[in-house]
Design a protein around this ligand. Structure first.
Ligand SMILES: [Zn+2]
Ligand SMILES: [Zn+2]
Ligand SMILES: [Zn+2]
Length: 144
């Protein structure tokens, strides 16, 4: 915690109590770091805290390489701790369930094909893959 404060100082960023609490919440979070949830927690202690303080602090932590963002649900950003295992996100558009797939090798043929045919090196963990989950498909099979 102290070294993180030093890092922030070194970047010329002020370490306010609000900012410190945001960082504490981020470090205590397991799995997806949801900006709104961090805001809700921190505002219990600092009712006057601005949403933008939370978002700016998250951006700062990302610039420092401590967290990474991904787009899981529409219109919102989720962060991951840099030391969490990378994973694909499968989002069901029927029940909104998010499945995490840590075996990145399932996406490797696709990634390789894009690289070979278009010279494009994609990051499959950044965007969610939308579709229908197994449970929804079994409940209401679609198609002929
Ligand atoms: Zn994730
Ligand atoms: Zn992005
Ligand atoms: Zn589903």
């Amino acid at each position: 915690m102290d070294s993180l404060a030093d890092l922030l100082h070194a970047r010329g960023s002020r370490v306010t109590p609000q900012r410190q609490l945001v960082i504490q919440q981020v470090l205590a979070t397991r799995g997806h770091i949801v900006p709104e949830a961090i805001y809700a927690k921190v505002s219990q202690q600092f009712p006057s805290i601005n949403r933008s303080t939370v978002y700016r602090t998250l951006q700062l932590l990302e610039e420092m390489g401590l967290i990474q963002h991904a787009h899981v649900e529409e219109g919102s950003t989720r962060y991951h701790r840099a030391d969490d295992p990378a994973h694909l996100h499968l989002v069901c558009h029927d029940c909104n369930a998010v499945q995490e797939v840590e075996d990145l090798s399932v996406g490797e043929p696709f990634r390789q094909a894009l690289l070979e045919r278009f010279g494009f090196d994609c990051d499959l963990t950044h965007l969610a893959i939308a579709g229908r989950c197994q449970a929804c498909r079994q409940r209401a099979p679609s198609g002929p």
